[in-house]
Design a protein around this ligand. Structure first.
Ligand code: ZN
Length: 168
């Protein structure tokens, strides 16, 4: 433990316990004290509005943070859909509403996540919006731990977990 690492600043690895709920209270995601989310502060690993709200928080401090959709996963864009002929899918593929698909675009290494929003007799409508697009996010956060990032974490811009043995 390094006692001088008092508050959240850039270059620290933050251990974060949180509940994420929608406006209606539905629990979407959570991490507790035993298995917190670790992220490198200032590296853009988490959504910008949340990162900003965490800046300056001390270990043990809690906060309720409401992030508007535009600062989270963006507004829902009804035009951000793609209609694909059913013929373009493999015959043995079991399509159903809500199914998550990874689309490989022409750009190298770019993968877009899409969700099947509806299926007709000959077409499939894919929704390219993030599932949380258009949602305000309510976070209840608690800073569980802080540590200095390693030089390679700073260089890579993300946290290295102890099980990342093959990562460099
Ligand atoms: Zn790395």
């Amino acid at each position: 433990m390094n006692e001088q690492l008092g508050t959240v600043i850039d270059g620290l690895v933050v251990g974060l316990a949180y509940d994420l709920r929608l406006v209606d209270g539905e629990l979407i995601d959570q991490a507790d004290d035993n298995e917190p989310l670790f992220y490198l502060h200032g590296a853009g690993e988490i959504i910008p509005g949340l990162e900003e709200a965490l800046r300056g928080m001390a270990i043990g401090e809690t906060k309720d943070v409401v992030i508007d959709a535009e600062d989270a996963y963006g507004e829902y864009d009804p035009d951000n859909v793609e209609i694909i002929s059913l013929d373009d899918f493999p015959d043995d593929m079991e399509l159903e509403e809500g199914l998550e698909l990874e689309l490989h675009t022409s750009e190298e290494d770019e993968v877009i996540t899409a969700y099947v929003s509806s299926i007709t007799d000959d077409e499939v409508v894919l929704d390219l919006n993030h599932p949380l697009a258009g949602e305000s996010l309510h976070f209840h956060v608690r800073v569980v731990s802080l540590r200095q990032a390693t030089p390679s974490e700073v260089e890579h811009g993300h946290v290295h977990h102890s099980h990342d043995h093959d990562h460099h």
